[in-house]
Write a protein that binds this ligand. Structure first.
Ligand SMILES: NC(=O)c1ccc[n+]([C@@H]2O[C@H](COP(=O)([O-])OP(=O)(O)OC[C@H]3O[C@@H](n4cnc5c(N)ncnc54)[C@H](O)[C@@H]3O)[C@@H](O)[C@H]2O)c1
Length: 384
């Protein structure tokens, strides 16, 4: 039995994976489809496929929807994935498992699935949901691994809500300190499933993802888990500026602390139900740390600051990420919209500085010059 790393006996984490599977003779095996096949999407498919082979309640095959592209060789990405059992563009060098089947036809990929895993860059999700209306099974359940949010006229909208609202299905979330390439190499890490009401559904998701090197637990706090995963990318941009400016570990630690504090304050202002304990799960502090040490947002922000903010993030993304998408810059913009719309800007100096720096209205050095543009000087204080 794997030891539990959770040291809080009274929280509502679970370890559903420890329980033997109850026999379910009449139930047809559950079919799983992964919607998305980027870096994390491919690793998610690999994790899931290793479990569906072992768990009798799941159909072995895992469908993975591929946004089709033509590779420089002239071949189609989905065909190469199926031939080589490897996503040569987004996860080169890693075998996905023979039971992962790439499918470029979105409708076909989701048709029979009762468990849908959404894992695309957040800006594409609304369009994908619109295409899926009426095309999925009515008893389907969803989980979102997507970090980001949409800002609408009447306020921010989490990706899990977009999925639920468009498709009329329940949607959990899975977030955590999960740099995809490290999990692809089967290095130990943890993740958090956030669920709304139904713990049985959360247990099913935990079972589907949990492996000996990927420890998954769950908490009843969808918004808290999802906002952690979304907002930490803004903190990672700040950490990247600090690295680009060649500041030291103390500065990075200060940025992490201030960032985490703003994450918690922002989340609780938007959703008072968000739990403090969620910030101590993998989706909280652990994800902030890993993203501020590694990860693409930190890396691009470091390059941006090294160049004195003279090269745009669009340019750096295209040059450094080879088709992968940066989330932190667009999330900083979305967060800034919410803050200015609600009159909260002065309470979130780090979040607002990140956006101003990304837009070129402040120099990268402003990430550690708070008081000049912080009217109430609440950066390290406790106004919120
Ligand atoms: N990569 C990680 O380490 C990691 C870890 C945790 C969470 N996430 C989150 O997972 C989500 C997906 O990231 P990823 O790393 O799998 O993707 P990625 O950034 O590696 O790849 C981009 C993906 O977007 C697809 N795409 C491009 N244009 C598209 C379009 N018009 N419509 C639909 N798809 C399109 C590409 O085919 C590719 O699959 C993001 O929300 C990200 O924040 C990523």
């Amino acid at each position: 039995m794997a030891p539990s790393l959770h040291d809080d006996p009274i929280d509502d984490c679970i370890s559903a994976v420890e329980a033997p599977e109850p026999p379910q003779p009449q139930m047809p095996p559950i079919k799983v489809t992964v919607v998305g096949s980027g870096n994390w999407g491919s690793v998610a498919a690999k994790l899931i496929a290793s479990n569906t082979l072992k768990l009798a309640s799941f159909h072995d095959e895992v469908r993975m929807w591929v946004f089709e592209e033509t590779l420089p060789t002239g071949e189609k990405l989905s065909e190469v994935i199926n031939k080589a059992n490897e996503n040569v563009k987004y996860l080169p060098g890693i075998k996905l498992g023979k039971n992962v089947v790439a499918d470029p036809d979105l409708e076909n990929a989701v048709r029979d699935a009762t468990m849908l895993v959404f894992v695309t860059p957040h800006q594409f999700m609304e369009g994908i949901c619109k295409r899926l209306v009426g095309k999925i099974r009515s008893d389907a359940e969803a989980i979102s691994l997507i970090k980001g949010m949409e800002v609408k006229r009447d306020g921010p909208c989490m990706i899990s809500s977009i999925i639920s609202e468009h498709l009329g299905i329940n949607c959990c979330v899975l977030m955590g300190a999960n740099i995809a390439n490290e999990i692809a190499l089967e290095q130990f890490s943890e993740a958090t499933v956030g669920y709304r009401k139904n713990k049985e559904t959360a247990d099913k998701w935990v079972k589907l993802f949990h492996t000996s090197y990927f420890m998954v637990s769950s908490v009843q706090d969808v918004e808290g888990v999802e906002l952690c995963g979304t907002l930490k990318n803004v903190v990672a941009i700040a950490a990247g500026f600090v690295d680009g400016l060649e500041m030291g570990n103390n500065t990075k630690a200060a940025i992490i602390r201030i960032g985490l504090r703003e994450m918690k304050a922002f989340s609780k202002l938007l959703f008072p139900s968000v739990k403090d304990s969620t910030f101590f799960e993998s989706c909280g502090i652990a994800d902030v740390i890993t993203t501020c040490l590694g990860g693409r947002n930190r890396r691009c922000a470091e390059a941006f600051a090294k160049n004195g903010g003279k090269r745009s993030f669009d340019e750096l993304e295209a040059e450094m990420l080879q088709g992968q998408k940066l989330q932190g810059v667009s999330t900083a913009k979305e967060v800034h919209e919410v803050l200015s719309h609600r009159g909260w800007l002065e309470h979130f100096p780090l979040f607002s500085s990140v956006h101003e720096i990304c837009c070129g209205r402040l120099p990268p050095t402003a990430i550690v010059v708070y008081n000049e543009h912080t009217p109430d000087q609440s950066r390290g204080g406790s106004r919120i």
